[in-house]
Design a protein around this ligand. Structure first.
Ligand SMILES: [Zn+2]
Length: 120
């Protein structure tokens, strides 16, 4: 059976021991064989090692995701806000990079979006 191969920046569900909750983590390093070795928690920033098979039952039953309002590039987002993107689906703002750029964690990976854009 083939193991799934991952790449850096992808999202995995994992229990964060610091936050003590299951949430999407971002893959920060992988082995030569494409297996996850370290992940980062977007909420507290903790980097932890990832053991395959360590995704617990708790991770399987995902916590009910809070519904997000549709993504609007003219809106100003804050860390922790949820949004519904027309292409990527539900995402959560993990960091405001620049006044007009945000990192958003979607169900598959992290993406950088623009926000607070002046309407034309
Ligand atoms: Zn955490």
């Amino acid at each position: 059976m083939d193991k799934p191969v991952f790449s850096i920046g992808e999202r995995v569900e994992k229990l964060c021991v610091v936050c003590n909750e299951v949430r999407g983590h971002v893959v920060v390093s992988i082995t030569k064989r494409g297996q996850i070795s370290r992940v980062s928690c977007p909420k507290c920033g903790a980097r932890t090692s990832f053991k395959s098979g360590a995704t617990t039952d708790a991770a399987a039953k995902r916590s009910t995701t809070k519904a997000g309002a549709p993504y609007d590039r003219t809106r100003t987002y804050r860390t922790g806000q949820a949004m519904m993107h027309p292409t990527f689906g539900l995402g959560e703002v993990t960091k405001v990079i620049e006044p007009c750029k945000i990192d958003v964690l979607f169900s598959d990976r992290m993406r950088r979006l623009i926000h607070a854009r002046q309407p034309e």
